[in-house]
Write a protein that binds this ligand. Structure first.
Ligand SMILES: Cc1cc2nc3c(=O)[nH]c(=O)nc-3n(C[C@H](O)[C@H](O)[C@H](O)COP(=O)(O)O)c2cc1C
Length: 158
């Protein structure tokens, strides 16, 4: 059976709260999904999941160091994430604070790894973005992204 993981780095809890909402939605859409801090994940673990969702706070318009390290460590099995579903999300302090470049940086790494990343024509296009603590809008976006990742993964992994 297909399964998913939501991986996050979070110092003050905003990205973690988004991760939990996404993982809950993925489980609710019948894709068994774990939610883990990046400090509890080794790169090799990624091989065990069909859907990999990665969230980071926006740090200088990019992913935080521990998330980058996870991707860098994955070079040891480069090519083996090919065809898995990927998605990303971020929390930032400011509108225009570099949040979408952060998401796109993660998406770029996923594409290089061969992951399938779906955009969203109605919701946050590249992935959910929160400014500070997630509000109701962000919670809806995270739930929507989680559902969409689960639905795509189940379609692809039959
Ligand atoms: C080192 C560092 C760099 C940051 N860079 C940015 C930035 O470029 N743009 C921005 O909007 N917020 C920036 N922030 C703020 C965080 O992205 C924001 O507080 C975020 O919500 C923290 O997420 P967390 O609660 O999951 O740790 C930065 C924070 C830190 C600690």
């Amino acid at each position: 059976m297909a399964k998913g993981i939501v991986i996050y780095y979070s110092r003050s809890g905003n990205t973690k709260a988004m991760a939990e909402t996404i993982a809950k939605a993925m489980n609710g859409a019948d894709l068994p999904t774990e939610c883990k801090s990046v400090s509890d994940v080794k790169a090799d673990d990624l091989l065990n999941y069909d859907a990999i969702v990665v969230g980071s706070p926006t740090y200088y318009g990019h992913m935080a160091g521990p998330i980058k390290q996870l991707f860098d460590d994955a070079v040891s099995f480069h090519g083996k994430l090919d065809g898995k579903v990927g998605a990303s999300f971020t929390s930032a302090a400011n509108v225009g604070g570099g949040n979408e470049t952060t998401i796109m940086g993660i998406v770029e790494a996923m594409l290089i790894a061969g992951c399938v990343v779906q955009g969203d024509p109605q919701g946050d296009h590249y992935g959910p973005v929160s400014i500070g603590k997630p509000d109701e809008r962000v919670e809806r976006q995270c739930a929507r992204r989680g559902r969409r990742v689960a639905e795509l993964t189940k379609k692809l992994m039959v």
